[in-house]
Design a protein around this ligand. Structure first.
Ligand SMILES: NC(=O)c1ccc[n+]([C@@H]2O[C@H](COP(=O)([O-])OP(=O)(O)OC[C@H]3O[C@@H](n4cnc5c(N)ncnc54)[C@H](O)[C@@H]3O)[C@@H](O)[C@H]2O)c1
Length: 389
């Protein structure tokens, strides 16, 4: 009973977190059907409560069947600040730890929801499952492919759930678009193109910088090599240094590569891959490419992924999106929530999305619960796609 509830719970809750934090518009999770019995409350630990982890807290605190029992962040100030916020909303202050192993030892913790930097993802997930917890781990699932495979092995070995933060898989507009493509409406599909056209300015000069005094730097580094901080802004900008991040290929791109592969009907690694690019336009502390093309070959199907971090125009109506090409037309998924199908001559053929309601993220947060439920009941994800050809 509890196991089943947990699976459903992980799906619902983190989809909400995902939608609230990163989509241009929001989808809220439904509390409908959620347990309200105190003895069925799930104890949650949220590990890494910087930019993204706050959305995890937001989603967990909103549920009547969940209690955030502890927060872990190796930045003491961040952890305490978020515990204050949670305590106001939840009525009980969660414990605050710097070291995640304390959360794993806590029997009150049933589930671990984690948004640390990428180099920690595999270890957090594996340790948590070894301690008997179920896990939601942010995308990219791991810092490299091998680590991801170890997570799968551990989940199977310990019979735990480990769900990944590729939330587009749960977004109705994307699901509808994939069904539209799979049903043959644009003919035979052999090419999908993922785009991350997202302006990324310089992160400042490379140098030797002190980590913030509130941060336990050895815990932050964890499995990464012991090395000084070489970027001016400590948090977030690790995305652009190889020891911790994956550039936009593994950051934003994790979502679009996932959808592109899904659209092609592929669920394996590619047979061959080729990539070229570099970090152009400025010299800074970053190492990952801001301009990159990757070609994955899967037999007779191809996935092309492109990162453009400098100023650029849209491509076929999308900037951060996926374009799927068939023999009779193409679909441009310009948001997480859906897109538009075009004939081969570029004429609009269908809006691949179920319901439109336009509201801003703040409106969703501010809605009364009945209004929220109504939106959820409609399966609404908000945003009209652009189709500027
Ligand atoms: N699914 C999505 O749409 C989505 C959106 C944004 C970010 N993310 C993912 O979330 C993750 C975090 O990104 P972010 O932008 O919040 O980064 P961030 O740097 O803002 O926050 C990371 C937090 O983790 C903490 N931390 C680092 N090591 C830790 C450890 N060992 N134990 C506990 N806390 C630790 C840091 O102190 C910081 O507070 C990334 O993997 C990113 O890819 C996913």
């Amino acid at each position: 009973m509890v196991r089943q509830t947990r699976r459903r719970f992980l799906e619902d809750t983190l989809l909400a977190a995902a939608a609230m934090a990163t989509t241009p518009a929001a989808q809220v999770w439904s509390a409908e059907g959620a347990s309200t019995s105190a003895n069925e409350k799930l104890g949650a630990a949220v590990i890494g409560v910087g930019g993204r982890g706050v959305s995890h807290l937001d989603a967990l605190v909103s549920r009547p069947d969940t209690e955030v029992v502890c927060i872990v962040d190796c930045d003491e100030r961040t952890g305490q600040q978020q515990a204050d916020q949670v305590s106001q909303r939840q009525g009980r202050r969660p414990g605050v730890y710097r070291d995640m192993r304390e959360a794993f030892d806590d029997p009150a913790v049933d589930i671990v929801s984690t948004a640390t930097p990428n180099h920690w993802h595999a270890l957090v997930s594996i340790w948590a499952m070894q301690a008997g917890k179920d896990v939601y781990v942010e995308k990219p699932v791991s810092h490299n492919v091998s680590e991801g495979q170890r997570i799968v092995e551990v989940a199977r070995k310990y019979h735990r759930i480990c769900q990944a933060g590729t939330q587009c898989r749960s977004m109705q507009g994307t699901i509808d678009a994939i069904e539209f493509i799979r049903s043959g409406k644009i003919g035979e599909v052999r090419l999908a193109r993922g785009l991350c056209y997202k302006r990324r300015p310089s992160i400042g000069p490379r140098g030797i910088y002190e980590p913030p005094k509130e941060v336990s730097y050895d815990l932050w580094l964890g499995p990464a090599p012991l090395a000084p901080v070489t970027r001016p802004r400590f948090h977030y900008d690790w995305h652009w240094q190889w020891a911790y991040g994956n550039g936009d290929l593994g950051n934003q791109g994790a979502h679009q590569i996932d959808v592109a592969r899904w659209a092609l009907g592929i669920d394996r690694l590619s047979d061959r891959v080729m990539s070229y690019g570099g970090r152009f336009g400025y010299e800074d502390a970053g190492e990952t490419a801001n301009t990159q093309v990757v070609l994955h070959e899967f037999g007779d199907k191809t996935l092309v992924f492109e990162v453009r971090g400098l100023v650029t125009d849209d491509y076929q109506g999308a900037r951060v999106g996926v374009i799927v090409y068939g023999t009779d037309g193409y679909v441009s998924l310009s948001s997480y929530a859906g897109g538009v199908a075009f004939d081969s001559d570029g004429k609009v053929r269908a809006c691949v999305k179920i319901t439109y309601t336009i509201f801003a993220k703040d409106e969703v947060r501010g809605c009364s619960s009945s209004r929220r439920e109504r939106h959820v009941a409609l399966g609404v994800v908000a945003r009209v796609p652009r189709h500027s050809l």
